[in-house]
Design a protein. Sequence first.
Length: 105
Amino acid sequence: MLIEISTDNNIDGSDTLTNHIKELVQDSLGHFADRITRIEVHLSDANADKSGQDDKHCMIEARLEGRQPTAVTHAAATSERAAKGAADKMKRSLESTVGRLRDGQ
């Protein structure tokens, strides 16, 4: 399972942040590793240099083998919280999708 991280110009895409986000996504979605070919994580800051509540956004797109990509978003006060929220949403979405596939729907 390939995990790609990208950030906009307002987020410091340091190795520390990138590695932390990869670990977070791996922990949340690792049990789908045999079904996911790639995960893309996009972090952005809606307010740039200004501070604001829930101004960090995370979009996660997961590509299940043989299926169209699934995407979710989450906004929070920090990049880490936004990524955690998006990873949790993606986990629920993939559990639902995999469950439907397993049930033959």
